[in-house]
Ligand binder design. Structure first.
Ligand code: SAM
Length: 286
């Protein structure tokens, strides 16, 4: 504890990670800390009440989210200065990882208040830990932009990146995102789609982006998603005919969808690619 001259000893801000789906992932230290502090700042107090009920935690909750963080941080820092201990939690996982919190933490440091992390689950690390890709270097990009143009611009900036890339994405945008990935990174770029981690329907889809397009078109994704792209190991891009042959042989996509995907990736009119596909059908029976 840091003592303020003449005032009461200041409290501590605890940054507490909570489960991302499976309540058994709550740590002993998280339960103890939440039970011992004077107040808990939570993203959604209703959501956190359910967590508290499960663990028998009875503590006053105050909301702290994107829309009230500036006002709230003044109030919370004042309480900390007056000696109260406070915990910060988000709806799931680690606060500040694609969640609010860093401004409050920065103002605690400015005010000379000690900040203590209570580590635990985060979807990024959970996904990376079981993805089966190189994780010695990775870049967490958080949520992808919602608009196609911004998303493609970001992918262009990241093309050639030698670290594994990690994104958060909403299930209803997955198909559009995968199709933009095909366009910028190519059909054969490897991807892991980690879905519903630690929950009943947990799944790791591993394959190339074109197979992911086919899979999630056939069976639209549900639940929460982390997308992981290991660095590209590919040489130069295949020619259109070879790419088309490979895709049709894989058999995951209809001729029409395969033509659409190749046309998009190579920036060609669909009619040209369709003609190529008919020639493949005629000459190689594909
Ligand atoms: N602070 C959290 C953390 O430490 O991972 C992330 C919060 S962010 C608002 C929520 C996003 O994280 C979801 O949209 C999803 O992309 C990802 N996520 C959270 N829980 C997940 C889970 N159980 N499985 C897969 N992705 C998850």
């Amino acid at each position: 504890m840091i003592e303020e001259q003449g005032g009461p000893p200041a409290g501590i801000l605890y940054v507490v990670a909570t489960p991302i789906g499976n309540l058994e992932d709550m740590t002993y230290r998280a339960v103890r800390t939440l039970g011992e502090v004077d107040l808990v700042a939570a993203e959604d107090t209703r959501h956190s009440r359910k967590l508290f009920a499960h663990f028998g935690i009875k503590k006053p909750l105050v909301s702290y989210h994107d829309h009230n963080e500036r006002q709230r941080q003044v109030m919370l820092v004042e309480k900390l200065q007056n000696g109260e201990n406070i915990a910060l939690i988000s709806d799931a996982g680690t606060p500040c990882i694609a969640d609010p919190g860093y401004r409050l933490i920065a103002s605690c440091y400015d005010a000379g208040i000690r900040v203590v992390p209570i580590p635990g689950p985060s979807a990024t690390i959970t996904a990376l830990s079981a993805a089966g890709v190189a994780t010695d270097r990775f870049a967490f990009e958080g949520y992808l932009p919602q608009k196609t143009k911004a998303r493609k611009d970001l992918f262009r900036q990241l093309n050639g990146e030698q670290r594994t890339l990690v994104f958060y994405e909403a299930p209803h945008r997955l198909s559009a995102t995968l199709s933009d990935m095909v366009e910028i990174f190519g059909l054969e770029r490897q991807i892991v789609v980690a879905r519903e981690l630690t929950k009943l329907h947990e799944e790791f889809f591993r394959g190339d982006v074109s197979a992911a397009v086919a899979r999630f078109e056939r069976e639209p994704a549900r639940g929460e998603l982390v997308l992981i792209l290991p660095p590209s190991t590919q040489g130069p891009q295949m020619n259109v005919r070879d790419a088309l042959r490979q895709l049709l042989n894989e058999g995951d996509l209809s001729r029409r969808d395969a033509v659409k995907l190749i046309a998009k990736q190579y920036g060609l009119p669909s009619s040209d690619v369709y003609r190529e596909s008919l020639s493949l059908a005629e000459e190689e029976d594909i």
